[in-house]
Design a protein around this ligand. Sequence first.
Ligand SMILES: [Fe+2]
Length: 191
Amino acid sequence: MSFTAIKEYANDVLTPFISEETQEFHYGKHHMGYASMLNKLVDGTQYAELTLRQLIRLQDQLPDQKIWNNAAQVFNHDFYWKSLSKAETVPSKELSDAINASFGNMENFKASYIETASTMFGSGWSWLICSENSLSIVNTQNANIPAEKKLLVIDLWEHAYYIDYRNDRRTYIENIVGNCLNWNFASENFA
Ligand SMILES: [Fe+2]
């Protein structure tokens, strides 16, 4: 078995918010690079037989931190591409209720996501998570993954936005939150 980088749509699907060129590099070089490095690291070991989630759960028991880093980055990027959609999607009734209960309304949720993601220092990820039916937004450094139920993620590594937005990370975040969140995926994760 080998690990693969999953993105189920073409590189030009998220234009103009994320360009085809960004996806060529982000998916084709970075995401696939993590998968190919992971395969190299586990080739011929017991870890090659595990699923990605099983491998990630082993964390500290892995012989080499590099295995976890690459496995987590494959998982995070798979999750990121699924979190994005240019087609208009809406949260399920249940998720919509949870958003209203946790943030007041959708506009407040969006403002909160933009603010939290914008405060991230360095490389990492900004997640919408759910714990005991309460939603919140958390940032994680590097490849780290929240333990809670994950609904959506935005990649905040420079390679996610630098071709399109240069140093203007905030506009990248605003465009994703305003136009590209996949509420079908979030609703499935929430259910
Ligand atoms: Fe990335």
